[in-house]
Design a protein around this ligand. Structure first.
Ligand code: FES
Ligand code: FES
Length: 153
């Protein structure tokens, strides 16, 4: 039996009917057509599905949609405002911190979460915080360069 929840996604309140076993990632992608959060491992290992839940990065493949009730969810689609990219997105572009782009939405959301919780991280703190976000293209140096600029800018 479906469960009624109310949740805020990218600043907009949604009253939704979700399945008890539905993940937040499936809710975002399949029901709301927010395809920016992508599934890599589906098991909480790669970070490609990272979204912010009340300002903290969460692997949306591991979170049940029912647990989004009453929460504020931010996806990659919610970062830009009034047609202007978020500073994290700008920094990724400037430092070319992506190649194929598969990990990039999750990586950007993790960096956003890092800076929300610690605006001036050291490189060691950034490495530690981002250790759950894997990039098969090996863009870690560029990602850290983007974080460094954001942390010191
Ligand atoms: S798809 Fe969620 S952590 Fe890999
Ligand atoms: S840019 Fe290709 S997986 Fe990270």
């Amino acid at each position: 039996m479906d469960i009624a929840i109310s949740t805020t996604i990218n600043g907009r309140v949604h009253d939704l009917s979700v399945r008890p076993n539905q993940t937040l990632l499936d809710l975002l992608r399949d029901d709301l057509s927010l395809k920016g959060s992508v599934e890599g491992c589906g098991a909480g290992v790669c970070g490609s599905c990272t979204v912010l839940v009340d300002g903290r990065p969460v692997s949306s493949c591991l979170m049940l949609a029912t647990n989004a009730a009453g929460k504020k969810i931010t996806t990659i689609e919610g970062l830009s405002q009034d047609g202007k990219l978020d500073p994290v997105q700008e920094a990724f572009l400037k430092h070319q911190a992506f190649q194929c782009g598969y990990c990039t939405p999750g990586m950007i959301m993790a960096v956003k979460g890092l800076l929300l919780n610690n605006p001036h991280p050291t490189e060691e703190q950034a490495r530690d915080y981002l250790s759950g976000n894997l990039c098969r293209c090996g863009t870690y140096v560029e990602v850290l360069a983007a974080v460094k600029e954001l942390a010191t800018g």
